[in-house]
Design a protein around this ligand. Structure first.
Ligand code: 6PG
Length: 238
C-alpha cells in the first residue's frame, strides 16, 4: 500500500492526474472504473482544465464502479456528474463509455452490467480486469456502494450486485470485491476531516476496521494507492 498525502484537494487532483496521464502513456488502452463522490469531481475538473497533460482519451475506456439507480439526467447520477465535469469537456469516443443504466430495473441492470464487464474488459484469473479502479470512502467506511450493513456483498460470486443505501433506501448497482481486487491498480481518493478516523483505523488495522468495507480493498496486484489530503490523513501522524 502506498500513501500519497497532499496539502489540499486540488493538489491531490494534480497528483492523481499526473499518475493517470502516465498510465495512458505507458499502456495501449486504459480501462477505468470511475467513482462518484466529491473528490473525483475535483479530479475530473482538474483533468478537464489541464489540456497540457495531452491525454489521449481515445485509448481510455470509462466504466462505473457504482451507480445510483436514477435516470442519467438526475442530479444524483454518477454518470451525469462525470459528463458535467469531464466527459463533456474532452474528446472521447462515445463507444468508450460504458455507463450503468440507472434508469433500468436494478436487479436486471446488475446482471446486464456484469455481462458488459465480462464482454468488454480483458480477463485475468477468469475475472474482468480493470487497469484502474477509482474508489471513494464514505464517512461510514463504505466503498463503491458496499455499505457496512451489507458487507457480505463484497464476497459475491457475481461481478455486480444491487445495494441499498442504509439511510435513503436508494438502490445502487455496484461492482463487487472480486472485480475490485482483480484490478491492476486501485486508488482511494479520500479528503476531509470527517474521514480521518476511519482512514486511521483501516490503514493501521485498528479499532473497528473489520466492519468497514473499505478495509477489504486489497488487490492481488498489491498496487493500492491511497490519495489523501492532510485533513483525511491527520490521525495517521502520531
Ligand atoms: C457514490 C460513491 C461512494 C463515494 C463515497 C465518498 O456514488 O456515492 O461512489 O462510494 O465514493 O461516498 O464520497 P465523498 O467523496 O463525497 O465523500
Amino acid at each position: 500500500m502506498q500513501l500519497i498525502i497532499s496539502s489540499s484537494k486540488e493538489s491531490l487532483a494534480e497528483e492523481f492526474s499526473y499518475q493517470f496521464q502516465e498510465l495512458t502513456e505507458t499502456q495501449a488502452s486504459v480501462h477505468v472504473a470511475l467513482s462518484g463522490g466529491s473528490t473525483p469531481k475535483v479530479v475530473f475538473d482538474y483533468l478537464a482544465a489541464h489540456v497540457e497533460l495531452e491525454i489521449d482519451w481515445s485509448k481510455v475506456f470509462f466504466y462505473w464502479g457504482d451507480e445510483r439507480c436514477v435516470a442519467p439526467i438526475d442530479s444524483e447520477s454518477n454518470y451525469k456528474m462525470t459528463v458535467d465535469h469531464l466527459i463533456s469537456k474532452i474528446s472521447i469516443p462515445k463507444e468508450n463509455i460504458f455507463r450503468v443504466q440507472g434508469e433500468n430495473d436494478p436487479d436486471a441492470e446488475a446482471i446486464r452490467y456484469g455481462k458488459v464487464l465480462d464482454q468488454s474488459l480483458p480477463k485475468a484469473n477468469g475475472i474482468p480486469q480493470f487497469d484502474l479502479v477509482m474508489l471513494g470512502m464514505g464517512d461510514d467506511g463504505h466503498t463503491a456502494s458496499i455499505f457496512p450493513d451489507s458487507i457480505n456483498l463484497w464476497d459475491s460470486a457475481k461481478n455486480c450486485e444491487v445495494a441499498t443505501h442504509p439511510d435513503s433506501g436508494q438502490k445502487r448497482v455496484t461492482i463487487t470485491g472480486k472485480v475490485i481486487n482483480n484490478a491492476k491498480r486501485v486508488t482511494f481518493l479520500v479528503t476531509g476531516a470527517s474521514k480521518a478516523e476511519k482512514v486511521r483505523e483501516i490503514v493501521k488495522e485498528e479499532g473497528n476496521f473489520r466492519s468497514y468495507p473499505a478495509h477489504l480493498v486489497n488487490p492481488a496486484s498489491a498496487d493500492l494507492i491511497w490519495f489523501l489530503d492532510e485533513e483525511a490523513a491527520k490521525n495517521l501522524i502520531s
